[in-house]
Design a protein around this ligand. Structure first.
Ligand code: PEP
Ligand code: MN
Length: 336
């Protein structure tokens, strides 16, 4: 439920409404706006009888929100959230932020070479997986903490913040020590215990859409993180599972403008996992920017044919540099 106050409501009237909400056993969350204050009501399960609130002085309107997410919704927070990571702003009004790097961290040398080439091409944030959620147990599972160290070293060498996936709560301690952004992968989007734990931290969280998650489920997952206090959430569309087998997943680009309508959180697109095919990555990356994405996550490898993971969807140095150049013109055209 959302309580909208009159534009000339006094602080005392706002306090009285908050007290009335709390007397009903719920939590009141004031949402300051430029014209009028709104008060979000949290903790209710179903419909709340609003008679005790509707008639209070200064109340203009009571809106019943039936969605499973509130804190991440535009209704509750009309102003866009911009997530800042070491001086790089991700969100509405800022140029798209490019995260790039290999699927997996394979060695110190591979990570450093990757960092140098994505930095030289103009990427902003370095990616690399140390804990890998592989479909089969016989595939390379990642270097773990050793990999995190290589990622950090490489990021420091080229002065780039780093993002890496965390799969389990026990991995949070080392991942927070070495990484600037915590990635929650598609397979863990509904690992609610993990979502709650990252919600208690200060690190920004890159939350990927589950491969069968609806937009509502995606935003409800983000709500778990924000509800614990961590508002620095970046959403990532990475393709969903459909009947189509010609691509690894189906890139749902319409989710970008829809999420921007429903939520104040930034959303980026990962065209690498969405397509699974190197030749499709550049064109879908550009399509994502046209759709309004606040950034991209792109897999890049110094020698994709030898990659231990996701080589078929990884760009090489030349391919990534060309894409970055093409996107430079597009980003200018889009008005940044
Ligand atoms: C990844 O980014 O390497 C990854 C495993 O992505 P997703 O969770 O989207 O499959
Ligand atoms: Mn990958």
């Amino acid at each position: 439920m959302l309580i909208v106050m009159e534009h000339n409501a006094t602080p005392e009237q706002v306090d009285a409404v908050e007290a009335a909400v709390e007397a009903l056993g719920f939590r009141a969350e004031p949402i300051p706006g430029s014209l009028r204050t709104a008060i979000g009501v949290l903790g209710n399960q179903g419909y709340v009888d609003d008679t005790a609130i509707r008639e209070l002085p200064g109340v203009r309107e009571v809106i019943h929100v039936s969605k499973p997410y509130k804190l991440v919704s535009r209704d509750f927070h009309p102003e866009a959230t911009v997530v800042e990571v070491r001086g790089i702003a991700i969100g509405e009004g800022y140029p798209p932020v490019i995260m790039a790097g290999p699927c997996s961290i394979e060695s110190e040398a591979q990570m450093l070479a990757s960092a140098r080439l994505v930095k030289a091409a103009g990427a902003h944030i370095l990616r690399g997986g140390a804990f890998k959620p592989r479909t089969g147990p016989h595939s390379f599972q990642g270097l773990g903490v050793e990999g995190l160290k290589y990622l950090r070293q490489a990021g420091d060498a080229v002065d780039m913040p780093v993002v890496t996936e965390v799969m389990r709560i026990e991995q949070l301690e080392p991942v927070c020590r070495y990484a600037d952004i915590l990635q929650i992968g598609a397979r863990n989007m509904q690992n609610f215990d993990l979502l709650k734990e990252v919600g208690k931290l200060d690190h920004p969280v890159l939350l990927k859409r589950g491969m069968s998650a609806t937009i509502e489920e995606f935003l409800a997952a983000a709500e778990y993180i924000v509800a614990e206090g961590n508002r620095r959430v970046i959403l990532c569309e990475r393709g969903i599972r459909t009947f189509e087998r010609a691509t690894r997943n189906t890139l749902d680009l319409s989710v970008v403008p829809l999420i921007q309508q429903f939520s104040h959180l930034p959303i980026i697109v990962d065209p690498s996992h969405a397509t699974g095919k190197r030749p499709l990555v550049p064109v879908m990356a550009k399509a994502a920017l046209v759709a309004g994405a606040n950034g991209l996550m792109i897999e890049v490898h110094p020698d994709p044919d030898k990659a231990l993971c996701d080589g078929a969807q990884s760009l090489n140095e030349e391919g990534f540099a060309r894409l970055m150049q093409e996107m430079g013109g597009l980003i200018k055209y889009l008005g940044y």
